[in-house]
Design a protein around this ligand. Structure first.
Ligand SMILES: [Zn+2]
Ligand SMILES: [Zn+2]
Ligand SMILES: [Zn+2]
Length: 175
């Protein structure tokens, strides 16, 4: 898997990810993640795996503290928040996890089992149920955005977009 930063996703249509609810799918994704780390000499230790599986099982973004709680209830292990932060840093570096900067929470990458390269991730966040969807936006759109930013006299530091949305399920419920 080539997940080199900045590489452009060419044809990613629809959902790449397996849904996070099914435990079997979570296992499959964890296995991919483990192989992916192994392939370049990194190790997905059991604690790193536990943190990642917490994010895979949640459709929402979780904070480090919510992950501490998850590991305690689910696996009976207490991992100090500082370690969870370090684990999240590692997972982010491996492109297995992304950080939502505005919410200061984390989500599992939607493309762990994919073979394509990873572009700058963009996120749709449901303001009501907090469900998060990782999408990719074409490079040309990002370029246009960047131009308007430069035009306004600013420099775009991170092109990661976190968009405030309402998901389909919540929209149906609102009717
Ligand atoms: Zn991703
Ligand atoms: Zn994908
Ligand atoms: Zn929703």
């Amino acid at each position: 898997m080539d997940k080199s930063k900045g590489a452009e996703i060419l044809s990613v249509k629809g959902k790449c990810t397996l849904s996070g609810e099914d435990m079997e799918k979570v296992e499959t994704i964890l296995e991919h993640a483990e192989q992916y780390c192994k392939a370049h000499g990194a190790r997905l230790t059991s604690k790193r795996k536990q943190v990642l599986s917490g994010l895979l099982q949640s459709e929402k973004a979780l904070s480090a503290y919510e992950l501490v709680d998850f590991c305690k209830t689910k696996f009976g292990v207490s991992i100090p928040a500082m370690s969870v932060y370090r684990i999240l840093d590692f997972l982010q570096g491996e492109y297995l996890v992304h950080k939502l900067n505005l919410a200061n929470k984390y989500v599992a990458c939607a493309h762990i089992t994919c073979a394509h390269s990873h572009a700058v991730p963009q996120f749709l966040i449901c303001g009501q149920c907090k469900k998060v969807e990782e999408i990719s936006i074409s490079k040309s759109t990002i370029d246009v955005l960047e131009k308007s930013v430069e035009h306004a006299g600013f420099h775009l530091v991170s092109p990661q977009l976190e968009m405030n949305c309402v998901c389909e399920a919540c929209m149906v419920n609102a009717v």
